[in-house]
Write a protein that binds this ligand. Structure first.
Ligand code: HEM
Length: 513
């Protein structure tokens, strides 16, 4: 047998042998040059596999948030920095708020971009404010920011109240048959109706109609809440050419559906001059202002295609974040009836004072804000904050030199439960966010950042908070929330990029007389 093998090798074409040897040597050289990136700067990496890098963690760990928390702990164990390879792409995880403060705020001009979800310019997402880079992002953010000012958000208060009233009526109606309601589903419908109304200018009526077309198409946009969705995102981000070959970076039919909706609405509004005060109106207003900046190519930034990209972004960035937060806060209040009682008293006092819930009353309510902050600390919907190095950067006090394209990751969930910055980090204690407690015990900068931080934070923070505050307040004024047997603990989807409760997450809703 051995002799047969030797004779096979002897018979091999010397060119084949030479090419194989060359390929092996090239692979070794390539891997060595790739995988010494962090060790050459003294950053520890722990165990990883050639070509796959640290991605094996995603395959063997139970869920995404555990991997985030482990990453944060590794960062602490390794002296503040954990060098990661996403396949061969280097990512630097830091566990230190001081470093993140430099990256997100002080030295932001070196980190203006976020790793793009897709680099394919044919994909509508590539025009999204969350994805565009450099000057294009600066221009777009400058145009869009006024759209999210408190004055403009206030104009949308009645639209949000209308949808919250429908949510409460539907909850009470369903609770009269079975009080253990699937609140993930109810909050999902409220959020969907609100985005449909505020971003697309249409009435979705998802409480009345079973799965309207808008909802079916929106669900395709949220394809990231499964394991396969997560794998697609990783491939799109790390291996864009491969993603193109596989056809997973192309727009799906849902984009055509939303394009038709947006173009039709724009046409109707331009013809009729009708205004609803929603995001679409505000973007059209910005477009019609003479001073609309242009891109380097002389194209208007807010073309129909760009407006469509932002509407789809509001849908993807604003759906799970808001509906999950509503679920988490309701669950935590059902778990802590004393805190629920305190919050209801604050809301009842507001109504007594003003005769009804007002925008200002809700936005100024201190204990309401504290309960939501504490929920967002324990369950931040976006589990990590990421930035891309856009200008070479030496991290002060270290040997770490970041090159253009290197990625920095910070585990929001890890730092927000880090005992170095929070007492009783896993306990729900809204009081820690009351103004007098913050004055006595200030929050470490960058240890609480559910909406990100710095110039590229969540542009819609005020709007998202308003949605959560309005829906929660209206619900608590009409109903008591209690834990449902079998649903005592929050169960989360394992592979959703946005922290999301599993389907059929129930809470008992009892009307208050
Ligand atoms: C509770 C609700 C929400 C939470 C916790 C949340 C959280 C976040 C976070 C963590 C980021 C990244 C920030 C950073 O990198 O520093 C972000 C960005 C963003 N969010 Fe939100 N978000 C919420 C609601 C919304 C809503 C309702 C919308 C749209 C209507 C929205 C639109 C966006 C957009 C467009 C960006 C990208 C901004 C940019 O790159 O300039 N978010 N959000």
């Amino acid at each position: 047998m051995g002799g047969e093998k030797n004779s096979k090798i002897e018979k091999m074409d010397p060119w084949v042998l030479l090419t194989t040897l060359l390929l092996v040597l090239l692979s070794v050289w390539y891997l060595k040059s790739r995988y010494t990136h962090w060790s050459s700067m003294g950053v520890r990496t722990g165990f990883f596999l050639p070509f796959i890098g640290h991605n094996f963690g995603v395959l063997f760990l139970k869920n995404l948030w555990t991997s985030m928390e482990m990453g944060h702990k590794k960062g602490i164990e390794f002296g503040g920095f954990f060098g990661i390879y996403q396949f061969t792409r280097p990512q630097l995880l830091t566990s230190e708020p001081d470093i993140m403060k430099l990256i997100l705020i002080k030295d932001f001009d070196h980190f203006t971009d976020r790793p793009a979800l897709t680099q394919d310019r044919d994909n509508i997402t590539s025009h999204s404010i969350g994805n565009v880079t450099g000057e294009e992002w600066k221009n777009l953010r400058a145009i869009m920011s006024p759209t999210f000012s408190s004055g403009k958000i206030k104009r949308m208060f009645p639209l949000v109240c209308q949808n919250a009233d429908t949510l409460v009526t539907s909850c009470l109606h369903q609770a009269s048959k079975n009080p253990a309601l699937d609140m993930k589903d109810m909050f999902g419908r409220f959020t969907m109706d609100t985005i449909a109304s505020c971003a697309f200018g249409i009435d979705c009526s998802s409480f009345i109609r079973e799965k309207p077309e808008f909802v079916q198409m929106a669900e395709r946009v949220f394809g990231t809440s499964s394991f396969s969705g997560l794998v697609k995102v990783i491939i799109r981000m790390s291996l864009p050419r491969f993603a193109r070959v596989l056809g997973i970076s192309r727009d799906g039919p849902e984009v055509d559906f939303f394009r038709n909706v947006v173009e039709e609405t724009i046409r109707t509004r331009e013809e009729s001059g009708q205004c609803r005060g929603d995001f679409l109106d505000l973007m059209l207003e910005a477009r019609h202002q003479n001073n609309t900046p242009t891109t380097g190519k002389g194209k208007t930034v807010l073309s129909n295609e760009v407006v469509l990209a932002q509407c789809i972004t509001f849908l993807s960035a604003g759906f799970d974040t808001v509906s999950s937060t509503l679920y988490f806060v309701s669950h935590l209040l059902a778990q802590h009836p004393d805190q629920q009682h305190r919050l209801r008293q604050e809301l009842q006092a507001l109504v007594q004072e003003e005769g009804q819930l007002t925008y200002q009353g809700i936005m100024d309510a201190k204990f309401l804000q504290a309960c939501i902050n504490e929920t967002l600390r324990l369950y931040p919907p976006a589990m990590a904050t990421t930035r891309l190095c856009t200008k070479p950067y030496q991290i002060p006090g270290t040997r770490i030199r970041l090159r253009v394209g290197d990625e920095v990751i910070y585990c929001t969930r890890g730092v927000q439960r880090d005992p170095r910055f929070w007492q009783n980090p896993d306990k729900f204690q809204p009081d820690r966010f009351l103004p007098h407690n913050i004055n006595n015990n200030p929050i470490t900068p960058c240890s609480f950042l559910p909406f990100g931080m710095g110039p590229r934070n969540c542009i819609a923070m005020r709007f998202g908070l308003m949605e959560v505050k309005v829906a929660l307040s209206k619900l608590l004024l009409k109903a008591e929330l209690k834990l449902s047997p079998g649903h005592e603990n929050i169960k989360m989807k394992n592979w959703s990029i946005i922290a999301t409760p599993v389907s059929e997450s129930r809470i008992v809703v009892t009307p208050i007389n």
